[in-house]
Design a protein. Structure first.
Length: 180
């Protein structure tokens, strides 16, 4: 109340005492009106904040929907479907190769194939024995040739000795004929 009186005195309002109650009544009415307007402004602000929150919620929903479409949309579903398909094809190929491997092993280890393999192994062992014998014979012939080559060297040396002896004899005869 004191502040109201100070405002009345400071504001250029009438200074007479008779006008003071009407001025106070007018100012109280202005205060009531201002409080009402303030309350209405607060209600409007609350409604605007509510509308803003609603818009924010809609933006977030739209963002989440776009993200979900990006992550779980047709492209992502297509990529996932293709990956699943390729995984199924790879698993099918693995099973097929496993089956073919089993069939091949069954063929290889069949009784007929085992008998054929044993016969081939026996033939290979017999052939190996023949080849070892032929190798041994060839090595013996080679050693004979090497010994013969040693004989050739000895024959060559003997021939050289004979030639040298013949030359010495001729030289001696020539010297004896000169002396005589």
């Amino acid at each position: 109340m004191v502040t109201t009186l100070a405002q009345l005195l400071a504001s250029g309002s009438p200074r007479s005492l008779e006008e003071l109650p009407t001025s106070i009544a007018r100012l109280l009415a202005d205060i009531t009106t201002s409080r009402t307007e303030l309350a209405q402004s607060r209600i409007g602000l609350a409604q605007d904040v509510s509308a803003l929150h609603e818009l924010y919620r809609q933006v977030m929903q739209a963002s989440i929907r776009v993200l979900e479409q990006m992550m779980h949309g047709s492209v992502a579903r297509g990529t996932k479907a293709k990956a699943d398909h390729l995984a199924a094809v790879a698993e099918c190929m693995s099973k097929k190769l496993s089956l073919q491997y089993g069939q091949l092993m069954h063929q290889v280890y069949s009784p007929d194939m085992q008998a054929t393999l044993r016969a081939k192994a026996q033939e290979a062992e017999a052939e190996m024995g023949v080849l070892r014998r032929r190798t041994r014979e060839a090595e013996e012939r080679l050693s004979e040739y090497q010994r013969a080559r040693g004989m050739k060297d000895m024959v060559r040396e003997y021939a050289e000795i004979i030639k040298e002896t013949q030359r010495v004899r001729e030289e001696l005869e020539r010297l004896e004929t000169r002396r005589a």
